[in-house]
Design a protein around this ligand. Structure first.
Ligand code: C5J
Length: 241
């Protein structure tokens, strides 16, 4: 039996300790629909350029995480082409000119299988990484995510992606209630609203880490540099249950 190799990251509210063998990098919804013009994010009236500062640091984290052999799980928010998994409230909310399922420059907005609903090129999944398609904000709702974590013996989640106060927060909160330790990488999560970004991160680490820990990607990378490399296999796409 091997001894768990605990690694400590300089984090708020105090150091985050994890074993790479039982830790997954979870990248939430880094999709064209949220990060590029003409997608869902823009249809809700957002300036999508606000999210793009996350890409570079997240690329570095993804590369180092892959090299260290941590489990990497990507999520994509999206719906079936017939919208049968989309709550009516989500379809109509916002009162914008375009809605989920409408045609856009990158395909039907937030519909699974469309170009715009897929992950941006910079962070494209590789063989061995799991992609969770989710109809909701949280990664656990109506997906196999929870079962995957249990099956792989994951105890800690390093969380990145967009948007900080919506799908990242919802997933971190869901994970908390299921007993997972979560580290949110501050510069690898993004919001369309700078004030929400700041407060959402504070909310994670406040009250002694009520939802988990927050660290910068450079601190995470420094800690990860002490871990040993490992192996990988084929990409698995898991549809909602
Ligand atoms: C939103 C998300 N903001 N991925 N989705 O609707 O945060």
């Amino acid at each position: 039996m091997t001894t768990p190799a605990a690694i400590s990251v300089d984090a708020r509210p105090y150091e985050f300790t994890f074993d790479p063998a039982t830790t997954a990098l979870v990248i939430i919804d880094m999709q064209r629909d949220f990060l590029e013009p003409g997608g869902f994010g823009e249809s809700l009236g957002n300036d999508v350029s606000q999210l793009r500062s996350t890409i570079k640091p997240l690329e570095a984290v993804l590369a180092a995480t892959r090299a260290a052999g941590l489990e990497v799980i990507h999520t994509r928010e999206g719906h079936l082409p017939d919208l049968s998994d989309c709550p009516p409230s989500k379809l109509t909310r916002g009162r914008g000119d375009t809605h989920i399922g409408d045609p856009g420059p990158k395909g039907r907005i937030l519909i699974r299988g469309e170009y715009g609903q897929d992950i941006i090129d910079e962070l494209a999944p590789i063989d061995g990484e799991i992609v969770i398609d989710k109809p909701g904000k949280g990664a656990f709702y109506a997906t196999a995510f929870g079962d995957v974590l249990i099956e792989k013996g994951i105890k800690s989640l390093v969380v990145a992606g967009v948007t900080t106060e919506v799908c990242v927060h919802t997933t971190v909160r869901e994970a908390n209630d299921r007993g997972y330790e979560c580290l949110v990488l501050a510069d690898c999560v993004g919001s369309y609203f700078p004030e929400f970004q700041r407060v959402a991160l504070e909310m994670v680490a406040a009250q002694g880490g009520i939802f988990g820990w927050v660290a910068g990607s450079t601190d995470f990378l420094a800690a990860l540099a002490t871990a040993a490399p490992a192996t990988a296999s084929a990409t698995t796409v898991l549809q909602p249950s």
